[in-house]
Design a protein around this ligand. Structure first.
Ligand code: PGA
Length: 243
């Protein structure tokens, strides 16, 4: 079974459009669709689409208090979220850093919320040893004081370099780099699931289907059901299933 996370970001504008999106998603064998809608739709969608796993796109690391505009891990869990994306590059663009992400990871794990942790280089790095240094640096900060072995089933690592997000139009990560990334984590004995995100389209998904990935994190294309369904159908028909 592969996990395909539909990260809707700040879309759509209306609840009825959110319902429509889901109604137009098809169900595929061996593909489990998880959705991160805007928080304002989370509870109602959860009540309506009982079989879908919903999550949040972000949390604050404190449980409650004077943090205007924020929402905590406990709050989203209380309304039915099963997971949260942490350290998305669009959050970092808004000024968040890896130390904050580390605190968020700890607060989510404390209440058994699955944490999908984004990690990846900001700008394109071609040199492999520089790339590995960058990944190591991020890993150390993100998972400081986190027991990766004990929490292996509660953590999903999303390799999603900032530069590869579709809004920048620079394309997706070459397949062999994704493969290096997977090996890099496995050599460090990190056993969590690994997914890939960044400009995943129906035209390029096949590049990644023979890799030992556990799924994908999909932004823009999750808002276009026809394309999203095509991506999921290509995943379904790929022969390799990683778990
Ligand atoms: P994209 O976004 O698929 O539009 O590149 C991925 C993401 O930001 O999670």
């Amino acid at each position: 079974m592969k996990i395909v996370i539909a990260n809707w970001k700040m879309n759509p504008l209306k609840f009825s459009d959110a319902e429509k999106l889901i109604n137009n998603y098809q169900i595929f064998k061996n593909v489990k669709v998880w959705i991160t809608p805007p928080n304002i739709f989370l509870l109602s969608l959860k009540n309506k689409f009982k079989k879908i796993i919903f999550g949040a796109q972000n949390i604050h690391f404190e449980e409650k208090g004077a943090y205007t505009g924020e929402i905590s891990a406990k709050m989203i869990k209380n309304i039915g979220a099963r997971f949260v994306i942490i350290n998305h590059s669009e959050r970092r663009k808004m000024g968040e850093n890896l130390e904050m992400a580390n605190k968020k990871i700890i607060s989510a794990l404390e209440i058994n919320l699955i944490t999908v942790v984004c990690l990846g280089e900001e700008k394109r790095i071609k040199n492999l040893s520089q790339l590995k240094n960058e990944w190591s640096k991020q890993l150390n900060l993100l998972f400081k004081e986190v027991n990766l072995i004990k929490n292996k089933n509660r953590i999903i690592i999303a390799y999603e370099p900032t530069w590869a997000i579709s809004t920048y139009g620079q394309g997706s990560v070459p397949r062999e780099i994704v493969y290096y990334f997977i090996n890099f984590l496995r050599e460090k004995n990190i056993q969590s699931k690994i997914i890939y995100g960044g400009s995943v389209f129906k035209e390029n998904i096949e590049n990644y289907l023979d890799l030992p990935l556990d799924g994908f994190l999909i932004g823009s294309q999750s808002l276009i059901p026809k394309n999203f369904n095509r991506i999921c159908s290509l995943i379904t028909s790929s022969k390799k299933q990683s778990f």
